[in-house]
Design a protein around this ligand. Sequence first.
Ligand SMILES: [Zn+2]
Length: 331
Amino acid sequence: MNGGLLWLKAAVVGVLATAVPLLIFGCGKKPEDAKDSTWPDQPGPKVVVSFAPLYCFAANVAGDDAVVKNVMTSKGPHDFDPTEADVKLVTKADIFFVIGLGLDETKAVKMKNGSGNKNLKIVELAEMLDKKHLCEGKCNHAEKGADHKHDKDPHMWLSPDHAVMLVNFIRDELKAADPAHAEGYEKRAAAYVVKLKALKTYGMEKIKDKKDRRLVSFHDSLAYFEQAFELDVRGVLTKHPGQEPDAKEMAELIRLCTKKNAETRVIATEPQYSTSGSGDALRKELIAKGVADPVLLEFDPLETVKPEDLTLDWYEKKMRENLDALAKAMK
Ligand SMILES: [Zn+2]
């Protein structure tokens, strides 16, 4: 498609999106619902989730039997600070799904307290997982003051296997909250699990011929992804998302990546943190040290989303983009 046509298409989509959002998204699932701080006049559980992947998991199970709203949409769990509108949303909610493990639950509790909604049930999904499914983490973006549970990594949504488990927990919570529609939750959860399993197969297929599966992660978010897709994450570029590695950390990374017979050439960056140069600095160092063909891989940890992009299939779409980028970068 040429540039003129592309422009025309963008303009038409733009006009349609402003004029008739309902026609495009249907069923009241237009993306602004995810963030709009009012609840529709509709029976069924009112559900809030902390951030984007959980929105997709919960909304796919909810169908039209429950309403799901996402609160940490564009800020993500690291940088989120509740606004008055967020607290207002929570005032009338029945369930608040979070991951837990120090990532987002303290913020949910604060919002609950601020809203005065004593009936709100905060569900920490990670707490429901069998401990054997939890990865160790050195995750440093956990909330300050949430001083427990930090040794476990919260980034489980990046594994489709874990996504399946989370979806099933969400299904059980919704069934318990709304038994009259149990069958609907069952059916939709089962259909979504089929899609998540297809996502895993897609990824495995994409990288099945890759012999060198080593990479450096941007922030320490890839333990579950590494496990699901049989990768080898050798190091982490930034200890705190958005903060540059210091000279000592950089030297250690260079040492790790130039290790004999374990040279690492794939360096992940994140679209949310404008790469800040450290990934590219490492890449240049590796070139200078004779590592063959070091590359940057843009990997989205799915912690933030523009409200208008958050659709029911957003999680699958973004994961496929990550897997495509990975397949392209790896050899
Ligand atoms: Zn993270």
